[in-house]
Design a protein around this ligand. Structure first.
Ligand SMILES: [Zn+2]
Length: 120
């Protein structure tokens, strides 16, 4: 049983996973450790997390099955080329603001981060 409202799943190295409602998959945030200049700052809250600076992911669109799992295939355009994917967001107080350069449907919108679930 998980605590309701928790948005982050801790992983090795003091980093966290969150469920991205735009990509419908988890993304990792590498939280800055003491004395290191690398990674994101985090407000220490797993229910209303704030990370800084923005989180930018680039890659290729993946083909998903009906359960949202990657089939191992890439989405191809009419010319047979893989389709680029951009996911660019700010996470503030448990909400995720997608910037206009996202390639998914939530570009330009701000929504609540979904609670973490192992099922997704
Ligand atoms: Zn995303």
């Amino acid at each position: 049983m998980r605590t309701p409202g928790v948005k982050l799943e801790p992983v090795e190295g003091g980093h966290f996973l969150f469920l991205c409602p735009g990509c419908r998959e988890s993304h990792i945030v590498r939280v800055r450790s003491e004395g290191s200049g690398h990674g994101w700052t985090w407000n220490g809250d797993v229910v209303k997390p704030t990370f800084s600076p923005s989180i930018l992911l680039t890659g290729l669109e993946t083909v998903r099955d009906e359960k949202g799992r990657w089939t191992g295939e890439w989405v191809k355009d009419a010319a047979g080329q893989p389709v680029p994917l951009v996911c660019h967001s700010f996470i503030t107080d448990g909400r995720i603001q997608f910037l206009g350069d996202c390639t998914h449907a939530l570009a330009g919108q701000t929504v609540d981060l979904p609670d973490w679930s192992d099922d997704e």
